[in-house]
Design a protein around this ligand. Sequence first.
Ligand code: BG6
Length: 490
Amino acid sequence: MMTSKIIPVDPFDLVIFGITGDLARRKLIPVLYYRFIDGQIPKNSRIIGLARSELTNEQFRNQSLEALKQTVSEKDFDSEQVNHFISCIHYIKNDVNSDEDWDTLQSLLKNAPNTVQAFYLSVAPGLFAPIVEQLGRLNLAENSRLVVEKPFGHDLASAKKLQYQIGNVYKEEAIYRIDHYLGKETVQNLMALRFANKLFEPLWNSNHIDHIQITAAESLGVEGRGEYYDNIGAMRDMVQNHLLQLLCLTAMEPPYKFDADAMRDEKLKVLRALQPLMGEQALRNTVRGQYLGAPDKPGYLEECHNQGSQTETYVALKVKINSWRWAGTPFYLRTGKRLRSQMAEIVITFRSTPHSIFGQIDTPIWPNILVIRLQPDEGLNLSITTKDPGPGGFRTRETPLDMTFADNSGDDWRMPDAYERLIMDVIRGNQTLFMRDDEVEAAWQWIDPIIQAWRNSGTAPESYDSYSSGPTGAVELIARDHRRWRDVIV
Ligand code: BG6
């Protein structure tokens, strides 16, 4: 059974801009509560929420209580602890353009400040730069950390501009660019699997791996965010960050140590080694899709209120990495909304044995497949070929070696949310699981020409049925290489 020792962090002031937003309600407040009841957050820490609404402290604390009631499990909802936690929360109205509002924040922070101060931008991207400018003007940036939610830019040019604006105020060592996939338990486990075991590393290259699939499928559509999403699309929303980060962690060389710059240097090398996809190459190696309606659900075009929209809600790509380790092993990436199930996984398919001594009919030999399941049922699964038990001939079968983390972690164990680790890492000052500016830029540099090629082609994304596995073009993309996607099922 797994035991984990909780080490309390130093008392901190965490200032969250956009505290009345969806992310704060669904994730940030609940995950801070979980860290609090686990004894990691000292009681004299302050969570200072900012938003434009005129709310009193008490009104906002009541809203936070409601958020906890909706998100925290019954077992973990302890009224006494909830009261203690809620008393750490403070609310201040903040309109970016109001000097008076900033004065209120400044005096609260100056009154008995905690040594660690972090500013979390959970607001529309257009507000990132103005807020950071104000923090600089008021000298609040000097000894604090800045947490920036995605998207970091819309393309390379806008990412560079944002970096310039933020970089005028904050040094790189103080900027924490969130990609919440890096906080997922299995993603960190991927690093343990690769770099804390001898077993896989000698096989982790194109001599032994046939191909790799990375999938992030969602059964939800864009729901209420249609108009916002229509300016973004799956490529910017999921591939530029989450999928490319997963690809980097799967493909990178072992860093010399588990530390922020060592890790990020290696990830950057992968991003720079991605074979560019431009013009015809981009069209040939990518597939875009857009979901249709279901009997009880509107299609994407209705949801985004733009009948002419060419925004993709699905994308599949064949990606090559130009390096000794990976030449000859394609990576197939796909992500989409309104698909058959909600799941994310990395699948490593090893090459087949060079020769079968058993014959083919009753004794097929399946390639070994290692599945790293990010969600749901986080865990690892390695399929191997074994003999069917019993006398009466020699037949083979495919047998899974299954390690679902929850099964090995005791009854009380709860899968932590990715944000729990990430927020505590900000407070601890550990940037290992955050993206550096050069990584973000390298990702955009690779993504931009693909989006450009789609735009230049004048073609629309292929339609796919709601709750299906995605567009048929994606099946053809991989079938051209005599391979097939793993089913999108849980
Ligand atoms: C976010 C995207 O970054 O990730 C959303 O903006 C997406 O569109 C979400 O739904 C998926 O996250 P998860 O953790 O549910 O896989």
